[in-house]
Ligand binder design. Structure first.
Ligand code: S3P
Length: 443
């Protein structure tokens, strides 16, 4: 897909299909980073083949890690903890990925040389002080000092100390950054973390890294002791619930339609989107539940929704649905009554300021919205039908803004010109193929 924009002029309806979405992004990146720290080979099956993962593999290769990517699996020959091959003048490019940028830093904290970390336009606007600060407290050096954004240089230290860290944002990236630093620091690292996705914790358990977790209502207390070594490990990566969410909402909003989405990671810390939509009356069914590598997986069955209703959404669900809010907002726009989502300032810290952009898009399609930096009130309209021209410029090339716009066009009608189709390569390269499979015509 090399064109600047796509055009969609027609709604879809009447589909009854089974689909699979691409592999989970959070798990794919974590597998690659941890495999690089292991001794021996590791394989991932169904690794997400997207720009974020490819950038992860490229960074690891630059650090001397051997990577083999075949159709069936990806194989990494780990170099062991603190085994990277450091060179002078190394530049590592995290591309668009906050997860890669923030989870790579803790693996570099013993580098004897300065390493330059860069990212694309969107990532270079995002806050890195949230991970730089705890790493500095451990004794890691950053240049220029006091810089909060990429590009930045990191230089490690021989004298690192474990920290007691309080993670207040509900950010799995911040939590995982400190957790991964514990691989390289003698002693006990302790984290009091507001609830967020727990893939790193589950992987640490799988890898027998000494970790203790005490779960409280809103916070987890995590203690990690530096392991001697990690052995190579294989991982089967299920589909990404964040990618499936676009098709769940498409089905809910499309006449006479049914969709079965196979093999999705339904880890409870990622399950907020299903909870929210079901509270809105979506009746999404979770079937065939099983565990793969400690992660809960299932198939998801969804049908056209008859009576979606607005929701006053508890902010306790924010972290477990953080990547799905754009598409949840669309569902709310078509629901009966007012929806209210609050304490969502973190949404403006994503690949683009999504709370702001989501409000703008809803406004553009004639939905009444009241929003500020923290919250959004959406006045839903079950009779919402579109018949005008709509242009989505998406200046920061946010993959999820693109996908939300496509689903809006396919479910609500109107003539749409949506820029930056290549942005889906970040997280969900098969997105447009699946859209076509469901009967959509895209020019
Ligand atoms: C992710 C954590 C979330 C999420 C991102 C992936 C992860 O970010 O938005 O897409 O894999 O840890 P925050 O931790 O910044 O909330």
């Amino acid at each position: 897909m090399s064109s600047k924009y796509i055009k969609i002029n027609k709604k879809i309806n009447n589909f009854n299909k089974t689909i699979e979405v691409d592999g989970d992004k959070s798990l794919s990146i974590r597998w690659a980073l941890l495999a690089s720290q292991a001794i021996g080979s590791s394989r991932a099956f169904n690794l997400l083949n997207s720009e974020d993962t490819i950038n992860t593999l490229k960074c690891l290769k630059k650090l001397g890690v051997k990577v083999k990517l075949s159709k069936k699996f990806c194989q990494i020959e780990g170099r062991g903890i603190n085994g990277f091959l450091y060179k002078k003048n190394l530049i590592l490019n995290a591309g668009n990925s906050g997860t890669l940028g923030r989870l790579l830093l803790p693996l570099l904290i013993k580098s004897p040389y300065k390493i330059k970390i860069v990212g694309d336009k969107s990532l270079s606007k995002r806050d890195f002080s949230r991970v730089i600060e705890p790493l500095k407290n451990m004794g890691v050096n950053f240049y220029p000092q006091n810089k909060k954004k990429l590009p930045i240089f990191i230089k490690g230290s021989k004298y690192l100390r474990p920290i007691k860290y309080i993670e207040n944002l509900g950010s799995a990236q911040c939590k995982s950054c400190v957790m991964l630093s514990a691989l390289n620091i003698d002693g006990e690292t302790s984290i009091t973390a507001k609830k967020s996705r727990d893939h790193t914790e589950l992987l640490f358990r799988n890898l027998k890294i000494p970790i203790k977790i005490k779960k409280n209502k809103n916070y987890d207390l995590i203690k990690i002791i530096k392991p001697k070594s990690i052995n190579g490990f294989n991982l089967n990566i299920p589909g990404d619930i964040s990618s499936s969410a676009f098709f769940i909402v498409l089905t809910l909003l499309t006449k006479n339609s049914k969709l079965l989405i196979k093999n999705i990671n339904i880890n409870p810390s990622r399950f907020g989107v299903i909870k929210i939509l079901n509270k809105m009356g979506a009746k999404i069914k979770i079937i065939n539940i099983r565990k793969i590598n400690n992660e809960k997986c299932a198939d998801i069955f969804v049908k056209t929704a008859k009576n979606l209703k607005g929701i006053n959404c508890s902010s306790n669900l924010n972290s477990s649905a953080i990547d799905e809010f754009l598409i949840i907002f669309l569902a709310a726009a078509k629901a009966k009554g007012i929806s209210y989502f609050k304490k969502l300032s973190e949404l403006n810290q994503k690949e683009s300021p999504r709370l702001k952009i989501g409000s703008k898009i809803l406004n553009m399609i004639g939905v009444k919205v009241i929003s500020n930096k923290n919250s959004i009130k959406i006045y839903g309209n079950p009779d919402l039908k579109l018949n005008k021209n709509y242009i989505i410029k998406n200046f920061l090339k946010d993959h999820r803004v693109f996908m939300m716009s496509v689903i809006s066009a396919l479910s609500l009608g109107g003539a749409w010109k949506i820029y930056n189709p290549e942005s889906v390569k970040t997280s969900f390269p098969s997105f447009l193929k699946i859209v076509s499979k469901l009967g959509a015509k895209i020019n």
